[in-house]
Design a protein around this ligand. Structure first.
Ligand SMILES: NC(=O)c1ccc[n+]([C@@H]2O[C@H](COP(=O)([O-])OP(=O)(O)OC[C@H]3O[C@@H](n4cnc5c(N)ncnc54)[C@H](O)[C@@H]3O)[C@@H](O)[C@H]2O)c1
Length: 420
């Protein structure tokens, strides 16, 4: 390996993979020595990105197993389609490499267990790159909750509400993976953007766990209307009976009594929102189009009807130290800066050799919500049990790594040490 650098490989160079590759090359200590996509033009585009940024030419292949045969690669970044994430991660861990996977849900409980087993048996990490755990709002709210400002947490809501009609419907033309999932699957297909931060907030897999879920899906109309309007009545998919309902609502019950409601909503016209809601015994936060609004008992005037307050001033006051430092140094990269933070978190764990902040148990539990939701929806919303991927260890887990990227605690002292 080049002095001071650790070697990584990239698998999956669609739009997301290419964007993340470019950002990943800016993460300190990272060297990308191999790129792979099953489409040659996309793999070549990966080569071009690395060459342009570093002057080095990475190994290129259309078969990720060729990457796994190399012994100079520490970790594989998997930016492929949803139904390929887990199998590539399992193969990577079994070949002695750490794995990071882009977000998406699992197709089966079996593949979640395979990830857990592969990680436990090889000692290799498997981190879901849930960037929303590192977003500015989410990190600030995490700090406020951990300081007790919301009292005891009772109920949480969130979702993935994103008008993706063109991306889904043009999946064949653009060689994009979402279309086939929406044609054949029905349920909470993309749970982790809000579920990840929610699970970290209420210590899922560390003193708490998700017990059951129930999903109900609406009818499917939005994609057909979009196709008629944009591709014409004769287009072959215009009247296709898409499986995925336009809106899926999922309810989860946790061992410590909290409830979680998730919405998946990508087929209808609407502005983007993750609709984050945190409700505790001492206050409530609600995301809105300006960031959010909040009511806390401690901020309200005694004897008056509770009134919403703008969240922005509190976000400044209670900002997470990681974001304070990040803003001072210069926020960069996609999705408001959170992508660079999640990539940095995984890279640090590989380079320094410690468990990542989102571990294989988090990855399995969050991804499992998708296939369980499909099962529940198929049975009209019948509750289904959520497996305990820690096998009972959620009651008594080994300590996590404390550090600046930790999302199991706000490690304020780690920032103080850095500043000392
Ligand atoms: N975290 C975020 O904010 C965010 C944003 C966008 C996309 N994503 C996620 O990133 C992932 C990729 O998204 P995308 O929009 O680029 O999708 P895409 O379908 O355009 O690209 C996926 C790429 O993976 C490649 N691929 C699939 N199987 C492969 C295999 N076995 N070997 C090699 N290459 C393979 C495909 O050829 C394709 O180029 C998805 O999981 C998506 O949900 C996350």
């Amino acid at each position: 390996m080049a002095e001071g650098k650790t070697n990584f490989a990239i698998v999956g160079l669609g739009g997301r993979g290419r964007g993340l590759l470019d950002e990943f090359l800016d993460v300190p200590g990272v060297r990308v020595v191999a790129v792979c996509d099953k489409y040659e033009d996309r793999a070549m585009e990966g080569v071009r990105i690395v060459e342009e940024k570093t002057g080095e030419t990475p190994f290129m292949t259309l078969d990720y197993k060729e990457i796994l045969r190399r012994d100079d690669i520490a970790a594989v970044m998997i930016f492929t389609t949803w139904i390929t994430h887990a199998r590539i991660a399992v193969d990577a861990m079994r070949a002695g490499k750490h794995a990071a996977i882009e977000v998406g849900g699992a197709a089966s409980i079996e593949e979640c267990w395979q990830m857990v087993r592969a990680s436990e048996e090889t000692g290799k990490y498997c981190m879901l790159l849930e960037n929303c755990c590192y977003d500015h709002n989410e990190m600030t709210l995490y700090r406020m909750v951990k300081q007790g400002m919301f009292g005891e947490i009772v109920h949480l809501e969130g979702g993935y509400r994103h008008d993706l009609r063109d991306e889904i419907c043009l999946g064949r033309e653009n060689r994009h993976g979402r279309l086939f999932n929406f044609m054949h699957r029905n349920g909470e297909l993309y749970p982790t953007h809000q579920l990840g931060p929610i699970c970290k907030l209420i210590d899922i897999n560390r003193g708490n766990r998700m017990l059951t879920l129930s999903s109900i899906t609406s009818k499917s109309r939005g994609l057909n209307v979009w196709l008629h309007d944009n591709k014409g009545d004769d287009y072959d998919l215009a009247d296709y009976p898409f499986c995925e309902g336009d809106v899926t609502t999922t309810m989860i019950k946790c061992a410590n009594g909290e409830t979680i409601t998730l919405h998946h909503d990508c087929n209808l016209p609407r502005p983007y929102s993750r609709d984050y809601v945190i409700e505790g015994t001492r206050g409530i936060f609600k995301e809105n189009s300006h960031g959010g609004e909040i009511y806390l008992d401690s901020l309200g005037e005694k004897g008056h009807e509770p009134q919403w307050q703008d969240f922005a001033p509190l976000r400044e006051k209670y900002e997470h130290p990681l974001w304070k430092r990040y803003r001072q140094e210069g926020v960069h990269g996609g999705h408001g800066g959170m992508d660079f933070l999640v990539l940095s978190a995984f890279a640090e764990s590989v380079i320094e050799g410690h468990e990542p902040p989102i571990d294989v148990y988090d990855t399995a539990a969050w991804m499992a919500v998708t296939c369980l939701s499909e099962q529940s929806a198929a049975m009209g919303g019948l509750p289904v049990p959520i497996p305990d991927f820690t096998n009972g260890m959620w009651i008594d887990r080994a300590p996590y790594h404390r550090g600046i990227f930790c999302v199991n605690e706000v490690c304020e002292d780690c920032f103080e040490e850095e500043n000392a």
